[in-house]
Design a protein around this ligand. Sequence first.
Ligand SMILES: C[S@@+](CC[C@H](N)C(=O)[O-])C[C@H]1O[C@@H](n2cnc3c(N)ncnc32)[C@H](O)[C@@H]1O
Length: 303
Amino acid sequence: MSEVENRPPVIDYEGSDYQQAFWEHGGREYEDQAEGIALRRLLPAAGRLMLELGAGAGRNTLRYQGFDRIVVLDYSFTQLQQAQARLGRVDRYIYVAADAYRLPFVPSLFDAATMIRVLHHMAEPEKVLRQVRQALQPCGLFILEFASKHNLKAILRYSLGRQEWSPFTPEPVEFVHLNYDFHPAQVRRWLGETGFRVERQLTVSHFRLDALKRAVPMGMLLKLESLAQLTGDWWQLSPSVFVAARAVGETALAPGRGIFRCPECEHFPLDETPQECVCPACGLRWALIDGIYDFRQPVGSNA
Ligand SMILES: C[S@@+](CC[C@H](N)C(=O)[O-])C[C@H]1O[C@@H](n2cnc3c(N)ncnc32)[C@H](O)[C@@H]1O
């Protein structure tokens, strides 16, 4: 099997209207605001460089106001075009099309990273977590959201015999192709094994039920949600969990010049022109198109 065939599969959001269909016309104001509350609690007041993994159309990016610069990364080029239309083609945002399993950044670059509603598409979560750890500085902050299989609805359904898979066991459940729910204890274990220390957990979207969202005024629902989130370090029974984790252990020093490395051979720094980045080691050329760096496939080779 070739190296390319060996890579973990990536879900395809190219051309998707996810932002419009799911968020803007999908009746998900409560879920969006609940995530906003969690992020305000977990984000530092200020920072230098943030990496947003699987940013999609940039729904959360404006919430990272305290950071000087933000790398907005997604595998889908069209999602990044939507993010660019929302946030602007300005210095503050660096748009990068890349696979989270093969990050194109020099080690120890970022002081913080977020990954929200993305881990649930990962067939090999540990591989991604290792990449994120490598990209973070020592003591860097990682805010990770994941979909939890250990939620109240799944527990009730399982107890009543209406669901075959157990919400109590550590293995992920793939409920739709490339859509996984994880056990919170297993995610904590993976974080520990990949060089993170969990500092805080918030349970999120406790009241994700259409009937409740219709019956209870939004302001009231969000007040209750805000309180319920604070129980996250004691128990996790919500469908979504936010974890704030700190990078621990040995970290290579950032080289201090350039931000990109070659996703193929991991050499850095790359030679940059206004049209492309070129790897001086393996010769692969990576395009820069309309303000978006594309590190998914090389456009050619100088080798
Ligand atoms: C459910 S959307 C979430 C988008 C955004 N984080 C939000 O919460 O609005 C998942 C995003 O993850 C991206 N994604 C999935 N697998 C990826 C991978 N291997 N590398 C980079 N991005 C990925 C998809 O392209 C998609 O935009």
